[in-house]
Design a protein around this ligand. Sequence first.
Ligand code: HEC
Length: 198
Amino acid sequence: MIHRRTALGASLGLVILVAGLGALPRATTAQSSAVDLRNVVTGETLDLGDVLPEGKDTPGVKQFLSTGHNPYITDASCLKQGEQTFLAACSGCHGHIGEGKIGPGLNDNYWTYPQNTTDVGLFSTIFGGANGQMGPHNQSLTLDDMLQVTAWVRHLYTGPVGDAEWLNDGQKKTYTPYKLGETFPDDPPGMCAKSGKS
Ligand code: HEC
């Protein structure tokens, strides 16, 4: 009798363990981030579980969430796609080259929210929104789209290199301000290449 009860207990325990393991991947996706994403206005933590199902664990997103650095800012394949997203989702308010319209300019060194000089800060603003017309994008763009559009916003920058905190020393040396009319080849190789080249 005792023996049976133990067996039952053990198998129940196993069921609970298996159910628990099944739930683990979801929990770790939301919690594995080393970066602290917060709403720029309220300071509230942004819920990384509250995102579109696609594009949430691409290599680029994983790298960003573990390092806080956007690996796309110098990758032509990602910039190309980031530009498309920017033109569809941001330029109506911020202007075609981020020069500012009903929303503030994004291509100079003045920031209403100083944390936008970091990759995590800018990503958080896009994810969680700010005041007024600047709504959250976590349910209209995937995490990967947001990373790409962040890269494009950096690419549009025309201000002094000394204020471009998001660039590392090597990137600062090769920095050239955005020039209107600049083009990229179609489907360049890189982390976001549609044809899978990298
Ligand atoms: C419907 C209009 C609208 C759209 C669409 C929009 N924005 Fe905004 N955005 C604004 C407004 C207005 C503000 C100012 C909000 C504030 O000061 O809190 C703003 C603020 C910002 C800021 C903060 C700038 C600073 O100086 O700190 C960033 C960054 C930003 N937007 C990026 C984006 C990106 C990237 C997109 C596209 C994914 C986007 N916005 C889409 C209207 C918009």
